[in-house]
Design a protein around this ligand. Sequence first.
Ligand SMILES: CC(=O)SCCNC(=O)CCNC(=O)[C@H](O)C(C)(C)COP(=O)(O)OP(=O)(O)OC[C@H]1O[C@@H](n2cnc3c(N)ncnc32)[C@H](O)[C@@H]1OP(=O)(O)O
Ligand SMILES: CC(C)C(=O)C(=O)O
Length: 662
Amino acid sequence: MPMLADPSAKYVHYSAVPFPSGYVRQWPNKRTTSAPRWLSTDLRDGNQALVNPMSNTAKLELFKVLLQIGFKEIEVAYPSASELEYQFVRSLIENNEVPDGVALQIITPARPDLIKKSIASLAGAQHAIIHLYNAVSPVFREVVFRNTKEQTIDLTVNAVRLVKELTEAETARSGTAFTLNYCFETFSQTEPEFAVELGNRVLEAWGKATPSNKIIFNLAATVECAPSNHYADLVEYFGTHINQRESVVLSIHPHNDRGTAVGATELGLLAGGDRVEGCLLGNGERTGNVDLITLALNLYSQGVSPHLNFSDLSEIVAVVCRVNEMAVPTRYPYAGSLVFSAFAGTHQDAIKKGLDAQEKRWLAVDSSGEGNKSWAMPYLPIDPKDLGYSYDNLIRVSSQSGKAGTAYVIKQSLQLEMPRRMQVSFYGTIQALAETRGVEMTVPVIVDAFKETHNIGRTTRGRLHLESFRLFPGTPDAHSPPMDSYTDDMRTFAGGSSDDGAVTPLHFKGRFSVDGTVRLIEGSGATPVLAIIDALRSSLALPNLVAGEFAAHTVAPSKTCSYVEMHLASTGSAPSKSGVGSVWGVGISSDVTTSKCRAVVSAVNTLVGSKELPAAKRALYRRPPMLSLFGRERSLESVKLRAGHAPVTPKGTEQRVLEASS
Ligand SMILES: CC(=O)SCCNC(=O)CCNC(=O)[C@H](O)C(C)(C)COP(=O)(O)OP(=O)(O)OC[C@H]1O[C@@H](n2cnc3c(N)ncnc32)[C@H](O)[C@@H]1OP(=O)(O)O
Ligand SMILES: CC(C)C(=O)C(=O)O
């Protein structure tokens, strides 16, 4: 049957909670400032929902993980369900698997035979919690139990009395301390007044709840059927109407049928909840129990310690998924593999700026001792490092990414901080690659592209290779050393040169390998960059070689990375503002001037074409005349303009270089 035009004929709206008129709800104005008591029911409610319930070996492994996380109350079994379940409880106790300060909880329905077996399973435990349950909402009373309200109260009270009698006998025998956790199964669908009446009858029957030995009332949202604010109202109503509130722990047990279990729990805590029952990663019946990891880390992100440790979250996730034979969606809060990754360009830009700004701010706090190292990061509510993740996956590059993303990857991988115009240029290369390939641009792909594009590395150093050089003040004269005295260490004679402003004219003499032939080349200029450019212009017949923007920074340990923008201008003009038509060179050396010269050579190699690239890569980075994209032909020029790629090498340039070098 299709969906109904008028679903109200079939589905009934939830009822308002009967607060007295004029009552002002407390929970909307509250704030959670401390962690609740946590009860993990992974080994019970989680386990009962599995396609293949865990073996006892798997349960023990998960039990140990729960202890490591820091749970002090763990529901370990439904002992009356099977011998296996019963034996699991026994083995924990008999093998001393339960540390001091940790309480074992087991669950039992309100059936005398099953209560007896359940309590027997706990003999000898230090501290045990008996979780006694029966469903109390109208549909369960009428359909499942065929009971009136009074019969429901009788069933419950009789069960509580039996639990009291049996646990007292066990305490007398073995000293086990027992707590009663009475669960109003289907509480959130039960009339609030009836839940309170039943709660008061349970208090009476138990008869020994005190502020120092409280009874636990589990206010279960067995099935989540209404918005979270309704659940909060129910909890606040119960908490403000139940007798002996100071001797009662309100336990929240939400399920996630509407997808809002976390919200319901958070509001339930504001409304008076003291304890939360749930499972890791929200395992559990149907859409699951509330996820304790999300709840704990939501608290943590508000500066409230959950007293649960998820410092190695991926390891915990791996164990839970293995023993439960389940998978975590990639977008799952905190635990999903893509949660701490940004693909979108503007997100990447903001995160990159955020990380840079925060690093500076934290360093200032370290050095001044003033201020605080609070987390203020665009798009990241929590520091992934706190959960054991690195920043390696923070920024992942696809065709949806921008320049900041690729720049971040290069900075993280190579410690190189490209100047802004270069970021734009290199982003064009990556964007074109991403569009062509239609897949994620992984870190190795980006780093490889960076090296290929800038002729860095042995296989991609290009047709022109600077083997050694000397740079000295003034024009060539008798003081300049003979070329054959050059060594490979590229020391410069003249220090203090800068490419930011004019200094004493410099003369450059360099030994190059040009297409495999050694060439000695010289030229002059006001700065090292201008001097080497002059040498290349005159000796290699590149008269229109022009430098644009220049930048440099130090790279650990004590190296300099220089960047220079260059192009071949017919008029000798500077590169255009947009950067179209220019290329960037990169040079790294422990000597500042050498890094500049290498940057120039790197750029020139791009301009003249890299014969040493394997054919496939040459096709990738230096586009063939016609390139098929998205199934239609586009001209080389349009591809390069769109990609901000290296300009077309002017016709004949390669030939002229060869001529000049021969
Ligand atoms: C919301 C929750 O998660 S509650 C926990 C649910 N977990 C489980 O059920 C897992 C373990 N359960 C089991 O292994 C079995 O159900 C057992 C061993 C407990 C009982 O098995 P059976 O005796 O075959 O009963 P069955 O499973 O059919 O349960 C239905 C019977 O229990 C009664 N019942 C259901 N819940 C309760 C309860 N909380 N208290 C008392 N009786 C109950 C039903 O009314 C029904 O009784 P009826 O047969 O007289 O009509
Ligand atoms: C029986 C209780 C604890 C339960 O699991 C539920 O109501 O979901």
